[in-house]
Each structure stands twice: as structure tokens, then as C-alpha cells.
Design a protein. Structure first.
Length: 122
């Protein structure tokens, strides 16, 4: 079995997405909420962690999809600060494990998520 740290940290350091570079240190925050939804407060918390050494990409891992206010807030964070905050669900993590077990690089999944973020942001 592959552990989460084996495929999430580090992501490929050579990947560049537009003007965003996947840094050697990426913020990955695990929110193990069962009844409470991920909202704008959690997005702001991740935003505050994204200082210069951490880069401009955060990944919030959560059990279920965040509420609408979280999506609105993360779009505002990108518009204001050019910081990208992705939401990765348990199902996405399982997909990344499957990618790794097939011998492929799961960082491509993150790149695809960033591409999807840019499409929905426009």
C-alpha cells in the first residue's frame, strides 16, 4: 500500500502551470470533517499559510465537496493574490493512489485540477 506522503509530497518540482510553479514545498491541509462542510473560513486559513516560502498553491483534502461559499472565496483569493487553492476529496486521493500504483505520476492529476480551476475561474 502506498502512503499519502509518497505521492503528495513532494510533487514534481519541475512542473510549471502558467505563472504558478509547483514548489518543492506545497501546502496540503487535511480536513477530516464529517458533519461540518468546508467553507470560506477554511479557505482563508489556507490562504494565510501561503507565504513566500510555501509558494502559491494549497491543497485542501476533505471527505466531501466544500460548500458554495468555499468555491466563491477561493476564486476571490486567486483574483486578489494569485494563490490557487484546490479541493481534493477522498475519492480524488484514491484515484491518485491508483495512478501511483499503475506506475504513473500522480502530480499530473494535480496539474489537471489546476487546469480545471483556471477554466472555472474564467
Amino acid at each position: 500500500m502506498i502512503g499519502a506522503s509518497e505521492f503528495l509530497l513532494p510533487l514534481r518540482a519541475d512542473v510549471r502551470i502558467s505563472s504558478i510553479s509547483l514548489a518543492t514545498r506545497n501546502l496540503v491541509e487535511f480536513k477530516n470533517y464529517d458533519k461540518q462542510s468546508i467553507g470560506k473560513e477554511e479557505v482563508d486559513q489556507a490562504r494565510n499559510y501561503l507565504k513566500r516560502p510555501m509558494g502559491r498553491l494549497a491543497i485542501i483534502c476533505c471527505n466531501k465537496r466544500p460548500d458554495h461559499s468555499a468555491y466563491l472565496r477561493r476564486n476571490g483569493v486567486y483574483s486578489d493574490d494569485e494563490k490557487i487553492i484546490l479541493f481534493i476529496t477522498t475519492a480524488n486521493l484514491i484515484e491518485m493512489i491508483d495512478i501511483k500504483e499503475r506506475g504513473d505520476d500522480p502530480s499530473g492529476f494535480i496539474v489537471d485540477c489546476v487546469d480545471q480551476f483556471f477554466i472555472q475561474h474564467e
